[in-house]
Every structure is written in structure tokens, then in C-alpha cells.
Design a protein around this ligand. Structure first.
Ligand code: PGA
Length: 249
């Protein structure tokens, strides 16, 4: 059985006061579910917020990390720095990182390897743009991103990775993929993992959906057989809304 993962991604939002208030408000809701609950916050809030969730079912994750151990990479944070604060998860290769910060399948793969080496559970994002969808090449894009991300990663480590399928055209647009369409692509991702690693691993790997998830659509999304969780952007910024998302059952 794959344990569902309900993850928020604040992106570059939330003052320190808003962040503390949010975490205090949702801790209880997170403790009442058997699902894993994660909020990925701006790096500057990681230390403070991770100390606030100690002992609860709520986890704090990072939104990115650098692939190198340490060194002259101004502005970046390393996996060891995340570990220092007890950070257990990190989003890797979000489409905004690919678009605005030049991340590629190659750097995503390096980051994934570094996260795994340091015992940080990665949430690796893949997804096609609107242009790619309309051009009929969505599947080949997903295949390239998945095979690129998992290149040279052994099966035992691959099962620790959560994949988030986030069609770029559904991110922040209010236009969610139909749950059946999301299931189709996520089923395809599981097939790709199956071809590469075999059933034992592919059946253990969690695959999430992301892109305009809200309290009103999460139930139908989570009903799909291959969808093991959600990565929520905009709707994770409102504590009452995110509480409803956590309690979708
Ligand atoms: P959204 O963002 O929920 O605002 O569409 C999702 C994401 O970017 O992870």
C-alpha cells in the first residue's frame, strides 16, 4: 500500500508571521490524518518552521537544493544544510525552476542523486507545456523527463522518490486536468517505472498530481487508482483551504 502524500508548495510567498500562523493552524488537521502531510516553504523559513512541527505528522520540505556538496554557488542551499535542520523532503525540478532557473533533465538527475545520497526524500516534478500537449508530444516529453530524472538511479533508491505529474498548463491557471486524464498519464509514468525497475519498485513509488488542486476537486483526483497524492500551489497558501484539502476524505 502506498501512503498518500498531501503536499503544499508555497513558492515565494508568506512572511515569517504568516508562515508561523499557518503552521500552528494546520498542525492539528495534519495530526488527524494517516496520510503524510508536507509543506514546502521558502528556504529562509525552513529552520524556524521545522522546529515548530517537531513531533507532529506535519513535515516541512524545501522547494529546491543544489546538486553540489558545497562551494561557490552564491544564493544556493545544499543538501547538508537541509539535513542540519532535519528537513526530510525537497521538491526537485519544478516546472518554474526549469523555466526560470534553467534546470534541465541533467541537473534534475544530479539533484535527485544528491538528495538520495543525503537521505532527503525527493519530490521530482514532470509535466508537459500547453504547446507540447497541443503538439501531441506530451507522452514523449514525460518519457524524456522521467528517464532523464532516474538515469543511473538504482531501484532501491527510486522507490523513495515521489514523482509529481504537473502539466504546466494546469499550474496556477485554475484549469485542472480531468482526473481521468491525469490518471492516464500517471498510469503511463508507472509503466515507465515498471519497464525500468520492474513491478516491485513501480508499485511502491508514489506518483502525485499537481496543477490547480483545490478542496473541491481533490476527492475525484484521489479516487484514481494510480494517483497517490497531490502537490498544491495556490490553494496551499490559505490555511482554512489547505485544512480542507488535508481532510479531503
Ligand atoms: P497550483 O500550483 O496548485 O497553484 O496550480 C501547483 C504547483 O506548482 O506545484
Amino acid at each position: 500500500m502506498r501512503r498518500p502524500l498531501i503536499a503544499g508548495n508555497w513558492k515565494m510567498n508568506m512572511s515569517v508571521r504568516e508562515a508561523e500562523d499557518f503552521i500552528d493552524a494546520i498542525k492539528k488537521a495534519a495530526d488527524t490524518t494517516s496520510d503524510e502531510v508536507l509543506v514546502c516553504v521558502p528556504s529562509i523559513h525552513l529552520g524556524l518552521l521545522s522546529s515548530k512541527v517537531f513531533g507532529s505528522n506535519l513535515e516541512i520540505g524545501a522547494q529546491t537544493m543544489h546538486e553540489e556538496e558545497k562551494g561557490a554557488f552564491t544564493g544556493e542551499i545544499s543538501a547538508d544544510m537541509l539535513k542540519d535542520y532535519g528537513i526530510s523532503h525537497c521538491i526537485i525540478g519544478h516546472s518554474e525552476r526549469r523555466k526560470f532557473f534553467n534546470e534541465t533533465d541533467v541537473t534534475v538527475n544530479l539533484k535527485l542523486k544528491k538528495a538520495l545520497e543525503k537521505d532527503i526524500s525527493p519530490v521530482v516534478c514532470v509535466g508537459e507545456t500547453l504547446e507540447e500537449k497541443e503538439g501531441g508530444i506530451a507522452e514523449s516529453v514525460i518519457k524524456r523527463q522521467i528517464l532523464g530524472a532516474f538515469k543511473d538511479i538504482p531501484g532501491k533508491e527510486a522507490e523513495i522518490v515521489a514523482v509529481a505529474y504537473e502539466p504546466v498548463w494546469a499550474i496556477g491557471t485554475g484549469r485542472t486536468a480531468e482526473p481521468e486524464d491525469a490518471q492516464k498519464t500517471i498510469g503511463y509514468i508507472r509503466e515507465l517505472l515498471d519497464d525500468k525497475y520492474g513491478k516491485e519498485i513501480s508499485e511502491k513509488t508514489r506518483i502525485l498530481y499537481g496543477g490547480s488542486v483545490k478542496s473541491s476537486n481533490i476527492k475525484n483526483i484521489m479516487k484514481q487508482k494510480d494517483i497517490d497524492g497531490v502537490l498544491v500551489g495556490g490553494a496551499s497558501l490559505d490555511k482554512d483551504h489547505f485544512k480542507k484539502i488535508i481532510k479531503y476524505k
